[in-house]
Design a protein around this ligand. Structure first.
Ligand SMILES: [Ca+2]
Ligand SMILES: [Ca+2]
Length: 577
């Protein structure tokens, strides 16, 4: 409990069947104390009342007050939103920059008021939850089945609050995005439309204007008195040769000066985070969590958090951001098959290793392990994971250069990348604007990959949410992605199917996704001219089938000895008998 001079008060709980106030513990801060309740299973929902009266009866400065605390009923199983399946396609939205559905909330009266300025790279632009809600039909039309919004909790910070990663109230939606009520309504509306919501959470840090950073107790934060920055060396968590000081610095140093680093080894912080993340799943009916900066909190705590969340909500999808360069290091953070790392319980990662491979397949020349063969090599390392289907796969996001720029604005390379993303294993995620070929590189600033979606603001000169507003090339890309998104949902083999891959030869890479009843063949070609591949090489996969149906064009062709490919062609075929 946080209230002025709270330690000068005596706290008691009005009788409530099934609930006992176990202890009230003081803290080193006069304004903070800890109340522990024992709540019996099957306790009825209702409102608890705490009576709070000054310990010194004659104190004139302090007066009695009561505090109500609601025990809500838990949602019944039938009403819970499901987790994600590999047949889902997620869409990542940077909420300040996607669509402004409500002008009135643009300049909400925050403690650190930042005026909306669409011309500013790092200012707020006014996008909000009402904007997201107004585009759900657009997203469904594109074939999207789940949303991940970058953090929407309050960021009442004087600088750069637009990105959302410096939370100042963990329990409240930022009024400039909407309210808790609007967020819960959005999740409800999504559930009715069979869309799933993933919340972005940050157990590593908060914004320095968070009340906890002003009214802190001993041990809540690492390096509270002297600023120490993390070395950003995530591999130290797994590195057997890491200097102990470097390993500790990675976890305990602050991300930046404005983001105090939680000490999850402190039992009060651990308890606070456990309850916070259970609370949001229940109140908003979430399908999943994306966990920011996963290698930076205390790893024992993170494993404990996985137990807490998954024992209560076993269906929940969870993937952690583990921004590293190598598959092996990445795999140590999740449930894996590597000796010495069996204790790790994170179900999936944001699959950077696969992302770098996707990008290389669309931007680097073909070679034994390069270009498209980088995908071949990366998929061959899947033995490291207990379930690579739980990894969130992506080709760009809010922190890295936009994919169309990485692909040197070559539409054929873009199609190759999108085809790879939507036909390989994992939980594919598309960054907003990739479908309309938005460009931008992070060299100068991350803000260059976070531009407004054209048409998301009243009065925008073009509206790329509509076919009419897009150029013919943008529509070509949009249609390509839409077909594959919808195929991901309608062909189970593309999601939950097994993968059988053939090494890339002469610039062409081929793999199959298959279930017992369905077989898909994916062929990707980096060659600049028309080329042929030999089909008997795949006889073990094509046996029993006579035709290939191109899911982009609907064209059906006979399986012959040779298959002719267009220059830089990408193909997804359904095998027919
Ligand atoms: Ca707005
Ligand atoms: Ca940390």
């Amino acid at each position: 409990m946080h209230a002025e001079n709270i330690q000068q008060f005596k706290i008691s709980l009005a009788p409530y069947p099934g609930v006992l106030m176990d202890t009230v513990k003081p803290s080193a801060n006069n304004d903070v104390c800890y109340i522990q309740l024992k709540i019996q299973p099957n306790t009825a929902s209702g409102v608890l009342t705490f009576n709070i009266e000054p310990k010194e009866k004659r104190s004139k400065a302090l007066s009695n007050f009561t505090l109500n605390y609601e025990l809500k009923a838990k949602r019944v199983k039938e009403q819970q939103a499901p987790g994600l399946s590999p047949n889902d396609v997620t869409y990542l939205i940077f909420p300040d920059r996607f669509c402004n559905g409500e002008n009135d909330n643009d300049n909400e009266n925050m403690q650190y008021r930042v005026k909306v300025d669409r011309g500013g790279l790092k200012s707020r632009h006014g996008g909000d939850l009402a904007g997201v809600k107004s585009k759900l039909d657009y997203l469904k039309d594109l074939g999207i089945t789940a949303l991940w919004l970058n953090p929407v909790q309050t960021n009442d910070q004087p600088e750069e609050s637009f990105h959302g990663y410096a939370i100042t109230d963990n329990y409240e939606i930022d009024p400039r995005f909407g309210s808790n009520k609007e967020y819960i309504e959005l999740c409800g509306e999504m559930k009715r439309k069979r869309l799933k919501m993933i919340m972005d959470i940050i157990p590593n840090h908060i914004g320095d204007k968070h009340w906890m950073n002003q009214y802190f107790d001993t041990g809540w934060f690492n390096y509270k008195d002297t600023y120490v920055q993390t070395n950003f060396r995530a591999p130290t968590v797994a590195d057997p040769h890491a200097a102990p000081s470097e390993r500790a610095l990675n976890v305990d140093g602050w991300f930046v000066t404005t983001m105090p680093d939680y000490n999850q080894r402190n039992p009060h912080i651990a308890n606070y985070l456990d309850q916070l993340y259970l609370w949001w799943i229940e109140v908003a009916n979430l399908s999943g969590y994306r966990i920011d900066t996963y290698p930076y909190p205390d790893q024992n705590y993170m494993n404990h958090l996985m137990d807490v969340l998954l024992s209560e909500y076993p269906y929940l999808t969870i993937f952690g951001e583990t921004w590293v360069n190598h598959t092996t290091t990445q795999a140590t953070f999740v449930k894996n098959n590597i000796k010495g790392f069996e204790k790790n319980k994170l179900p999936g990662v944001t699959d950077f290793s696969m992302c770098w491979a996707f990008q290389e397949a669309c931007s680097k020349p073909f070679g034994w392990t390069e270009g498209l063969n980088r995908i071949y090599i990366t998929q061959s390392e899947d033995f490291l994971y207990q379930d690579p289907n739980k990894n969130c796969t992506f080709i760009d996001n809010h922190d890295i250069s936009r994919f169309y720029s990485i692909a040197n604005e070559d539409i054929d390379a873009w199609k190759r990348g999108i085809t790879l993303l939507l036909t390989t294993r994992g939980l594919p995620c598309i960054y907003y604007g990739t479908e309309i070929l938005m460009t931008g590189k992070t060299e100068k600033s991350d803000a260059y990959v976070r531009f407004d979606f054209p048409g998301g603001w009243p009065g925008d000169p073009v509206n790329k949410f509509t076919t009419k507003g897009r150029t013919s090339k943008e529509n070509e890309a949009w249609k390509w992605m839409q077909t594959l998104n919808k195929a991901r949902a309608t062909y189970p083999a593309l999601g939950i199917g097994k993968t059988t891959q053939y090494s890339g030869i002469n610039g062409v890479y081929t793999y199959f996704r298959h279930t017992e009843n369905q077989r898909m063949m994916i062929v990707l070609c980096q060659v600049e001219s028309s080329t042929e591949i030999s089909m008997p090489r795949f006889a073990e996969m094509t046996q029993g089938y006579t035709k290939l149906k191109n899911i982009q064009t609907g064209e059906v062709i006979q399986i012959n000895d040779k298959l002719t490919l267009a220059p830089k062609g990408s193909y997804v075929f359904e095998l027919l008998k």
